[in-house]
Design a protein around this ligand. Structure first.
Ligand code: HEM
Length: 401
């Protein structure tokens, strides 16, 4: 006799973003969580998960929560010291450091890079155009932002390859659970990168150029300057944050467009939609799915009491599909307005590089649509990368003619 097996419930008692089926398509699980348990305590992972827009918005602006993960009662110190960057600092250190670098990343300053980014995009696409196909992640989405940030920082182009390798290793360290062997690769990459930057910083100190490292060496606000160590940590952060995220905006964005051919055709016909299209692609399949905070005081969110030392995960990918904020949230609507997505976070840690990422996304997609009217998915199909905080593709084969 066969016994009908019940369908597994969408929200298992313990939400686990690492499960392969959740990783493959997390959005139905997010929806079920938002509907049934929006402030979810995970007994296995020992953290809270917030999936409602309003709750995450409040969390990211709440001073009772710290960005310093080491204040969590679950914190396990890695085998060697990790350096704290802007991302994990709280005021007043955060305020001070951010003030010293923020001027270099305003929309106005970044806009000056437009013609240069267009040249880099075109050069990358020329090679693919000649072949009629490309693997869009390794040949385009990856090299574009790393080239841009390397050039901004003032890293010579002959070192970009090495730079890319270090960055790939370091980016994987953003995941909250790190196996020993991954740490074993992270530290040598960080040391190599620090040694590398130390030389460039010394060179720029004696002979400043028109680049970001020279600007950071010279940065002074209210008599305050960046120490050498702070400068090296900042270079490291800009490199990793600056391209391991943008690669996923380009990859996920392209895949979303290719999976919605009518929407892509509309964007081709109405290029003036590009600015709002990039916002919608950031919302629809967000490159950074999670960020975290640690309660430093008792706080109540959505009626649940969060104790000091407990970690709270802000599910950015989930809140960007919250129907209370985004009508028909699973619809890709390139003209969506308003579109106050949280893909770049909110509050004092709001992404410093948002204007740069937006500009790169707009230029890259504009060029792809303009140059390749017949662009479509290659037979091998896309492949997801295995990182969980950063959601993106490791492979996206495209046919271009
Ligand atoms: C699509 C691309 C990008 C996405 C989705 C993204 C996402 C984010 C998010 C969600 C945060 C906030 C994390 C938190 O609150 O804990 C953040 C912070 C940050 N991002 Fe981005 N980012 C992108 C591109 C960039 C670029 C191009 C740069 C620099 C060149 C950059 C530099 C930073 C920095 C320095 C921070 C820390 C800011 C602070 O803590 O004050 N990001 N980013």
């Amino acid at each position: 006799m066969r016994v009908a097996r019940p369908e597994p419930p969408l929200v298992t008692p313990d939400f686990n973003p690492f499960l392969p089926e959740v990783h493959a398509d997390p959005y139905p699980v997010y929806r079920a969580m938002r509907e049934s348990d929006p402030v979810h305590w995970s007994p296995d992972l020992g953290v809270w998960f917030l999936s409602r827009y309003d709750d995450v918005m409040a969390l990211l602006r709440d001073q009772r929560f710290s960005a310093d993960r080491s204040r969590s009662s679950l914190y396990v110190a890695p085998p060697r010291a990790v350096y704290r960057s802007l991302l994990t600092l709280d005021p007043p250190d955060h305020t001070r450091l951010r003030g010293l670098v923020s001027k270099a990343f305003t929309a106005r300053v970044v806009e000056v890079l437009r013609p240069r980014i267009e040249v880099i995009v075109d050069r990358l696409l020329d090679a693919a155009a000649a072949r009629g196909e490309m693997e869009a992640i390794t040949e385009f989405a990856y090299p574009l932002p790393v080239t841009v940030i390397a050039e901004m920082l003032g890293v010579p182009s002959e070192d970009w390859e090495r730079f890319r390798d270090w960055s790939a290793v370091l980016a994987a360290s953003l995941d909250p659970v790190m196996p020993e062997e991954r740490w074993a690769r992270v530290f040598p990459a960080r040391d190599a990168l620090f040694d590398y930057f130390r030389v460039i910083v010394a060179e720029r100190r004696s002979q400043p150029r028109d680049d970001l490292i020279s600007a950071m060496v010279a940065a002074e606000e209210n008599g305050d300057v960046l120490s050498e160590h702070e400068l090296l940590v900042m270079c490291n952060l800009l490199l990793v944050a600056g391209h391991e995220t943008t690669v996923n905006l380009l990859g996920n964005g392209l895949l979303a467009l290719l999976s919605h051919p009518e929407t892509m055709a509309e964007l081709r016909a109405r290029p003036e939609l590009m600015e709002s299209a990039v916002e919608e692609l950031l919302r629809f399949d967000s490159p950074v799915q999670f960020t975290g905070r640690v309660a430093v005081e008792e706080a109540v969110i959505g009626g649940r009491s969060i104790a000091p030392g407990q970690s709270v995960v802000a599910m950015l990918g989930a809140v960007n599909r919250d129907p209370d904020q985004f009508p028909s949230p699973d619809r890709l609507d390139l003209a969506r307005s308003p579109n106050l997505h949280l893909a770049f976070g909110r509050g004092i840690h709001f992404c410093l590089g948002a204007p740069l990422a937006r500009l790169e996304g707009q230029i890259a997609l504009t060029a792809l649509l303009r140059r390749f009217p017949r662009m479509r998915l290659g037979a091998a199909g896309p492949r997801l990368r295995d990182t969980v905080v950063l959601r993106g593709l490791s492979c996206l084969p495209l046919l271009l003619r």
